[in-house]
Design a protein around this ligand. Structure first.
Ligand code: PEP
Ligand code: MG
Length: 565
């Protein structure tokens, strides 16, 4: 069990399960009664979707709410309704069966169409009809957008769309069976600043909906139906935690600098414009990583150029002059997109992913680059390619970028020039960083992947997580080498992997002269406080000492002593 996003929550449990709805055929006599049942299910689904639409618009803007408008149109479609009713009447079958059959025909028809927009309608129809079926069968898939009381969500895992649409006022925390510290559920939880415990194995079986839970997302435990004494104890711990957080607020508007005045940039990682609240609240000096892949996930077709443009523009405008590093699509590994028909692979983390897909699916890549170029006018954009392993890949990606720039210029569309950088997250890139630095404007070290590839430890596998450590001496040497090579070639070097926000790593990284640290927004203020207490000279000595050590455990213990002083 792992505390993925720090905090303490005490509330009732909501066990979140997504039911697969099975439909059986049965004969009916009462046609009128069956029609009424169908109409009632339609009305109930309609009211539900309208509520979600209003809430989404309030929280995330009109663009995000539009999808629900399309869902309402399906429910209003006279063709669909009359076909279901005719089937009930003519075949004397139950409403569920009539609906399922009719929907299957509609879906097959839309899916066969060439037009992307029409294909998307098929997904809408499926989505909406399963909601109606749920009402017909009395099965309710909980809805995390509209909750009446405060809850702790307990689930096997949560899709990004689940976490993104969670009502933050009502979801006090969550616990999932699977996931590790750098799984995407954990990262989303930190971005949203919701206390979360992941990798809790069979927590969904142990907890029943309505149980009272204490979610201790500091030590990584869940207490089910606690005693009064435990509750009181945790209420005071929660208060303490919150007071500490409050105290750190004095650092919110301060510049990040060491004791001797060396200025550092502390930036935030985000997954969507929806994550911007905590970024502003914690006084981030930039966005060091905007993971654009979440925009592509949990849907049935790629986001359109305009949709992407809007999402980038919102963030750029909100950050004003502050830098915003937007990473091009990094899909694959643990992040899947069904509509890209990605083949099942033996080693997905070593496979067809990220820039490798973009260089293969050039049109998709060009659409994203066009959206980025158009958005560049609204702020201080920097673009970054993920999973680079060689100079050829950078050159190929840059050639596509040039092509898109030329096309836009020909059309008279304006854009601003921006810095182009790469993630250093593959050992070959770190080792060859002297050569790679000559091709780009900046590096950002992605330790989440760099660790897994250097130590050969799957970042998702709980069984071997004791081997997955940023303090591994080989990882630290690669980090040091990358920063040195970057600076030698006159480019800046940042880090956007989770290690950048790890307080124990910060003295080493400062000593190695890292220029920019990008982390979950909630890690910024503690990091700024720590940096203000350290001097450049002291951290350089720490770095030299660490690089002479040979064991990850010893290094971690030594750095722990440094930060506990
Ligand atoms: C990384 O690998 O460190 C990183 C920041 O990218 P992601 O976690 O999205 O793979
Ligand atoms: Mg990565």
């Amino acid at each position: 069990m792992y505390a993925a996003s720090k905090g303490i929550a005490i509330a009732k449990a909501l066990v979140y399960e997504k039911h697969e709805i099975e439909v059986a055929k049965s004969s009916i006599e009462d046609v009128k009664g069956e029609h009424t049942r169908f109409e009632q299910a339609i009305s109930a689904a309609y009211a539900e979707i309208e509520k979600i639409q209003t809430q989404t618009e309030k929280k995330m803007g009109k663009e995000s709410a539009d999808i629900f408008g399309a869902h309402l149109m399906v429910l209003n479609d006279p063709e669909l309704i009359s076909q279901v009713k005719s089937a009930i009447k003519n075949e004397k079958v139950n409403a569920e069966y009539a609906l399922k059959n009719t929907v299957d025909t509609f879906v097959a028809m839309f899916e066969a169409m060439e037009d992307e927009y029409m294909k998307e309608r098929a997904a809408d129809i499926k989505d909406v009809s399963s909601r109606v079926l749920g009402h017909l069968q009395g099965i309710k898939n909980q809805d995390l957008t509209s909750l009446d009381e405060e809850v702790i969500v307990v689930a096997h895992d949560l899709a990004p769309s689940d976490t993104a649409s969670m009502n933050k006022e009502k979801v006090m925390g969550f616990a999932t069976n699977i996931g590790g510290s750098t799984s995407h559920t954990a990262i989303m939880a930190r971005n949203l600043e919701i206390p979360a415990v992941v990798g809790a194995k069979d927590i969904t079986e142990k907890v029943t909906g309505g149980d009272t839970l204490i979610l201790d997302a500091i030590n990584g435990q869940v207490i089910i139906n606690p005693s009064e004494e435990q509750k009181e104890n945790y209420l005071s711990k929660k208060q303490q935690f919150e007071q500490q957080k409050e105290k750190l607020k004095i650092f919110k508007n301060k510049q990040s600098s060491t004791k001797d005045g060396k200025v550092i940039e502390l930036a935030a990682n985000i997954g969507s414009p929806n994550d911007m609240g905590p970024v502003i609240a914690n006084g981030a000096e930039g966005i060091g990583l905007y993971r654009t892949e979440f925009l592509y996930m949990d849907r049935s077709t790629s986001p359109t150029e305009d949709e992407q443009f809007e999402s980038y523009k919102v963030v750029l405008k909100q950050m004003g002059k502050k830098p915003v590093v937007i990473r091009t699509l990094d899909i694959g590994g643990d992040k899947e997109i069904p509509y890209l028909n990605m083949p099942k692979e033996m080693n997905p983390f070593l496979g067809y992913r990220a820039l490798r897909i973009c260089l293969d699916k050039k049109e998709m890549f060009k659409t994203q680059l066009r959206a980025l170029l158009r958005a560049s006018q609204y702020g201080n954009l920097k673009v970054m390619y993920p999973m680079v392993s060689s100079v050829e890949e950078i050159r190929q990606a840059n050639a596509v970028l040039e092509e898109v720039k030329q096309e836009l210029t020909e059309k008279g569309t304006s854009f601003k020039d921006f810095e182009v950088g790469i993630m250093i997250e593959i050992p070959s890139a770190a080792i060859n960083s002297d050569a790679l630095a000559k091709e780009v404007d900046f590096f950002s070290i992605g330790t989440n992947d760099l660790i897994q590839y250097t130590v050969a430890v799957d970042r998702m596998n709980e069984k071997i997580s004791h081997l997955y450590s940023p303090f591994n001496p080989a990882v630290l040497k690669l980090i040091d080498m990358t920063i040195t090579n970057g600076h030698k070639n006159g480019i800046w070097v940042g880090m956007c992997g989770e290690a950048a926000g790890n307080l124990k790593m910060i003295p080493f990284l400062l000593g190695a002269n890292l220029d920019e640290f990008s982390m979950s927004p909630s890690a910024i203020l503690p990091a700024r406080e720590l940096i203000s207490k350290l001097s450049t000279e002291e951290t350089q000595e720490i770095k030299d000492k660490v690089l002479e050590m040979s064991s990850a455990k010893d290094i971690e213990n030594f750095l722990n002593e440094v930060v506990s002083k």
